[in-house]
Design a protein around this ligand. Structure first.
Ligand code: FA5
Length: 348
């Protein structure tokens, strides 16, 4: 063998090696190809053996060709090994993947909290009556929670709501809203009449927890402002809501009350859902359950938001969602809603 023949042999061998290595489908195939083209019985081994019998000037030339061949073969093997390892990892990932959506012990889906269910149902009823739904912040300023609602600083009616203040700005100027009524002001500031809106949300009071009082609870507020709105419209709306929500056999009644932001004001009650009005322990034998407060929007409130009380009148109401959920589902303590015991909540 001379130097030219040796070079041609190595070139051919490298072409064949490239072909075999490229089509190796596994690490075992690759190892077999590496041995076939670089091992003891391979063409390069033959060439290596022949170096000592070459003419002295050809020996370094062929020696370099052998080194180049070995380096190229090594690169081909390394590249193919990388490819095979990546595709083996991908295959393992697909094979071993765990479907996290499957769930280990049958499928258990959550559902809305019972108070949220009541809130959504009420929203639906009021939307059906032509109302819109609005929301406001739970942290409020004195202006929205009290002053614009016809309770100037030091007004005695402020004591109707034991307030939790937030340490922000001037003392006692920022608070957790004590009711959803401040959202009335926010709605009237941003929209001109006609206004037909309900405003559900959380309220907070500095109160001791008992069966029907919680320091955090939920209310839904209603506000109507339009031309020629009367007390009769309010009573009719409350009656329409009562029948739509509690059923056509239930009715509502109003009893005189006081709220600084409505005049006249009333408390509204609905037929006791437990005894259908016959009288039971839940309704203290009266046949009626109190839902919340209502009344005609006080002209001072309209003036505070630049609505002319000579042109427009309105009514508002606000009632507690937690107590409605309690009465509907026979739940005897309001804390049930905040303890978040799934075993209890999943029953509703
Ligand atoms: C108000 O909060 C007035 N903003 C309602 C109102 C709105 C009157 C618009 C006129 C016009 P009152 O404090 O009575 O009113 O609360 C209304 C309802 O919220 C109560 O009837 C009760 O159902 C619920 N509620 C009040 N405090 C709590 C409490 N600590 N825990 C659970 N529910 C409560």
């Amino acid at each position: 063998m001379n130097a030219d023949q040796a070079r041609q042999l190595l070139e051919r061998a490298l072409d064949e090696a490239r072909e075999a290595i490229g089509s190796a489908a596994s690490l075992e195939d690759l190892e077999a190809a590496r041995r076939g083209f670089g091992g003891k019985r391979s063409p390069v081994s033959q060439v290596n053996e022949s170096i000592k019998s070459l003419a002295p000037e050809d020996r370094p030339v062929v020696g370099k060709a052998v080194s180049a061949y070995n380096a190229a073969l090594g690169d081909l093997v390394d590249a193919r090994r990388d490819e095979l390892q990546v595709s083996a990892r991908d295959a393992a990932r697909v094979r071993d993947a765990i479907d996290l959506t499957e769930g280990g012990h049958g499928r258990r889906r959550g559902h809305l909290h019972v108070v949220t269910q009541v809130q959504r149902e009420l929203e639906d009823v009021f939307v059906g009556l032509g109302f819109q739904v609005a929301e406001g912040p739970e942290v409020e300023t004195d202006w929205y929670n009290f002053e614009a609602l016809n309770m100037p600083p030091a007004h005695p009616a402020r004591s109707m709501w034991d307030t939790l203040y937030v340490r922000l700005g001037r003392p006692e100027q920022v608070m957790l809203r004590t009711h959803t009524s401040p959202v009335q002001i926010r709605v009237m500031e941003t929209r001109k009449p006609p206004i037909y809106t309900v405003m559900p949300g959380r309220a907070y009071r500095k109160e001791t927890l008992d069966a029907r009082h919680s320091p955090v609870f939920h209310q839904i507020e209603g506000l109507v402002v339009d031309r020629g709105i009367t007390f009769g419209d309010m009573a009719g709306t409350i009656e329409a809501f009562t029948r739509a929500y509690f059923g056509p056999d239930k009715t509502s009644r109003l009893r005189p009350s006081f709220f600084p932001f409505t005049e006249p004001s009333a408390e509204f009650e609905v037929t006791c859902t437990f005894c259908d009005g016959a009288g039971c322990s839940v309704c203290s034998r009266t046949g009626w359950i109190e839902l919340g407060g209502c009344g005609m929007v006080d002209p001072n409130v309209l003036r505070a938001v630049d609505i002319d009380p000579e042109e427009y009148s309105g009514f508002a109401f606000g009632f507690g969602l937690d107590r409605m959920a309690m009465d509907r589902h026979d739940i005897d303590h309001i804390k049930t809603f905040f303890e978040d015991d799934v075993r209890v909540l999943e029953q509703f």
